[in-house]
Design a protein around this ligand. Structure first.
Ligand code: ADP
Ligand code: MG
Ligand code: ZN
Length: 605
């Protein structure tokens, strides 16, 4: 605000000065003394009053015998003596005057030139500032076409593989690239073909950018990075020229790494409907392909690109000689999570009770960025509580915050009735989870509302699951039903709180039938072409490739799975009403139950 004001004042001042200078420009530049013409001068010479004349270009400095000096101008390029003779001065009279011709005075004309240019300079300055101003609000109006690739030179402190925890397989694959960048001759001598392009694939926050930087840090080579979305920006045709600039700059600094983040922004399948056909994007992509093909074996530049959407990339990008090497950065497993936590707690004071193993255990599905966030959030919490070190309590709370999105909303008032309903609902989930065989164990139950959820049962798998069985799915459906059925048994009606549960269990049941071939009636077939975005875990589109009859069969089968689960859970909870009541009343009283507390109540009831 304040800076804006001063800048505006400055601009107005510049405008005023420029106008003033323009206005007064004329008198400044013509400084001929009044009334002294050539004929005046001729008369003075005839009278013998003139001692000398210094002629510099058009300027004549006249020195009189009485010591007075003045300047006058001559009109033409004719030598001044001739002019004077023409005005009636005799050669004898002229001989008494010292006439010097000098090179045109630079000091004088420089000054005049400067005076003349001053307004121009002011105006130029004005425009410069105006442009700077427009640039501030909307960038790159002037620098279009110039690649905005940033150069991270090898001698800057860069990250190394040590900073990337967990992804050991990815590191191993990239080790080769590092070696090549360090000693390209070694590979060239054997005629080895080194990959030009490496595609880092993985969900957001798994450390793809970090890994690319680490490769350049390990090899000690410059790192040029640009983001796919930056390519597609302002003017048509700019993307392609940016690519050209980027590669040119990189070739000059080879060996080096070019990192293209979010390559799917430019590299998505050409000519498909997604996002419409976009000429600019296609040109940019084509330019990337052209540049890659232009690499000789002697060009020691390696391209690393990152994406979380490998499925939509143009096949031309993935052909041999282009991004033919694919390195997957998956969500970290429990060991990986522990290692990542280890990296991020480094240098932060930790209380002795901190057990990173337990935090890692509680955070399945978290990616590196989440875990970094957990540690940071915990540090902030600890600071706000005026603690000297981060303790388990803060880490735990941070995990819950980040896992649930948003801090606990203890301030939200809950009526006694509402609280009771939520308590029975969550107790229902927990009791069913404890009773079935293949569900993940209960870690924590709470009826403290947070984010969208009124309360939740937090279950954590013992180990990371790779293969899920049919009974695992069935038990998960049962657990999801537990909340709703508990409400039904105790209150005789159900609340809207079960909405998410219903959605979840329907998805599981449907997937069992259509995807995993787990239903007896429909058999081991897949129904519908499911274009699954592997790394987003979401169905993009389901194309029906089956008849109406089959559709009915699927619906019936899904329904039967859920119906059976419903009957099973109802029986289960009816037979364990005492346990349900015990857990629910403990929840109403304490709001939160840990694993051990829950276990005690469950067994004791
Ligand atoms: P991506 O590019 O895959 O979206 P980033 O590389 O930008 O993810 O990761 C964001 C941040 O998360 C990193 O700066 C880093 O602090 C943290 N992070 C992610 N993965 C890891 C990891 N494997 N080890 C350590 N830190 C990680
Ligand atoms: Mg990134
Ligand atoms: Zn629920």
């Amino acid at each position: 605000m304040n800076r804006d004001w001063t800048r505006n004042a400055f601009v107005y001042l510049l405008i005023m000065v420029s106008l003033a200078v323009l206005f007064f420009n004329v008198p400044w530049s013509s400084q001929t003394p009044d009334g002294i013409t050539m004929s005046d001068l001729a008369r003075s010479v005839q009278d013998g009053n003139v001692q000398s004349l210094d002629v510099r270009g058009a300027e004549v400095r006249v020195k009189l015998r009485n010591g007075v000096e003045y300047l006058t101008r001559r009109e033409s390029r004719v030598p001044i003596s001739e002019t004077l003779v023409g005005l009636g001065v005799t050669p004898e009279q002229l001989a008494r005057v010292d006439i010097h011709y000098a090179a045109p005075s630079n000091s004088g004309s420089w000054f005049a030139l400067l005076i003349n240019l001053l307004p121009l300079l002011f105006i130029a300055g004005l425009f410069f500032i105006l442009f700077r101003q427009t640039q501030g609000s909307n960038n790159q109006a002037l620098s279009f076409g110039k690649s905005r690739a940033r150069l991270f030179t090898g001698d800057k402190p860069t990250v190394t593989f040590d900073d990337v925890a967990g992804s050991d397989e990815a590191k191993e694959e990239l080790e080769e690239v590092v070696e090549f960048l360090k000693e390209p001759q070694k590979f060239a001598a054997l005629g080895a073909r080194i990959p030009k392009g490496v595609l880092l694939v993985g969900p957001p926050g798994t450390g793809k950018t970090l890994m690319a930087k680490a490769v350049s840090g390990e090899a000690g080579v410059p790192f040029f990075s640009i983001s796919g979305s930056e390519f597609v920006e302002m003017f048509v045709g700019v993307g392609a020229s940016r690519v050209r600039d980027l590669f040119e700059q990189a070739k000059r600094n080879s060996p080096c790494i070019i990192f293209i983040d979010e390559i799917d922004a430019v590299g998505r399948y050409r000519g498909t409907g997604l996002g419409g056909s976009h000429d600019e994007r296609e040109q940019t992509l084509n330019q990337i392909l052209v540049e890659m093909d232009g690499f000789g074996t002697d060009t020691n530049v390696i391209l690393i690109a990152a994406t979380n959407r490998p499925d939509i990339l143009d096949p031309a990008l993935l052909r041999p000689g282009r991004f033919d090497r694919r390195v997957t950065m998956d969500r970290p497993d429990i060991q990986g999570r522990k290692a990542i936590l280890g990296v991020h707690v480094k240098g932060k004071p930790l209380a002795p009770d901190v057990d990173l193993n337990r935090i890692a255990k509680q955070t399945p599905g978290f990616v590196g960025a989440d875990l970094e966030n957990v540690v940071n959030e915990a540090a902030i919490l600890a600071a706000r509580r005026n603690k000297r070190a981060i303790s388990m309590a803060e880490l735990q709370e941070a995990v819950e915050r980040i896992g649930m999105g948003g801090p606990e909303r203890r301030s939200r008032l809950m009526s006694a009735r509402e609280k009771e309903v939520v308590a029975y609902h969550e107790a229902g989930h927990a009791v069913v989870a404890r009773l079935v065989e293949n569900a993940d164990p209960v870690q924590k139950i709470t009826i403290v509302p947070r984010g969208q959820a009124g309360g939740y049962v937090w279950r954590v798998s013992e180990q990371d699951r790779v293969l899920a069985t049919r009974s695992h799915y069935l038990d998960n459906i049962a657990v999801a039903l537990g909340g709703r059925i508990a409400e039904e048994l105790v209150f005789g009606h159900i609340s809207t709180g079960a909405g998410m549960d219903i959605q979840q269990l329907t998805q599981i049941a449907r997937a069992m039938v259509t995807k995993y071939g787990m239903s007896e009636k429909m058999g081991p077939l897949q129904f519908g072409q499911q274009e699954e975005l592997v790394f987003l875990g979401r169905d993009l589109a389901e194309q029906r490739d089956y008849s109406e009859e089959v559709a009915e069969g699927i619906d019936a089968e899904v329904r039967s799975i859920v119906d059976k689960a419903y009957a099973r859970v109802k029986e289960m909870l009816s037979g364990n009403l005492n346990k349900l009541h015990a857990v629910a009343s403990a929840l109403i009283e304490r709001e939160t139950l840990s694993h051990d507390e829950f276990e005690q109540i469950f067994v004791g009831a």
